[in-house]
Design a protein around this ligand. Structure first.
Ligand SMILES: [Cu+2]
Length: 119
């Protein structure tokens, strides 16, 4: 039987494709912008902030949760706040009371950038 090894190969490729598809679908779904002003959680996953422009109303507490296997930080570009290292599974919270756009990044991985827009 020569078709069996070929069949196994096709099956294997299909499974890998399905896994890759599931992964990319999962992460892209996290990029929804919350414009309602009541969402206040940001997941840190796959070396990125799940929401790169979080809209909130003044006085809202925002919680970042690190769902990666490595440490990250939530550090304001203007140095107005810095979470310090957030280990895997740990969280950091901050209440934003002044309107404005606060750009922030991860100190360990400077290419990780996002913003909180306080209305
Ligand atoms: Cu990081």
């Amino acid at each position: 039987m020569k078709t069996l090894p070929r069949l196994m190969c096709i099956l294997g490729i299909c499974m890998i494709a399905a896994i890759i598809f599931a992964c990319t679908k999962g992460s892209s779904n996290m990029n929804n912008n919350n414009t309602g002003g009541n969402s206040n959680t940001v997941s840190i996953m796959n070396m990125a902030f799940s929401n790169t422009s979080l809209n909130i109303t003044a006085g809202t507490k925002v919680t970042w949760t690190n769902n990666d296997a490595v440490a990250h930080t939530v550090t304001a570009d203007d140095a107005s706040f810095d979470s310090g290292d957030i280990g895997p599974g740990a969280s950091y919270s901050r209440t934003f009371s002044t309107a404005g756009t606060i750009n922030y990044h991860c100190k360990i991985h400077p290419m990780m950038t996002a913003a909180v827009i306080v209305n």
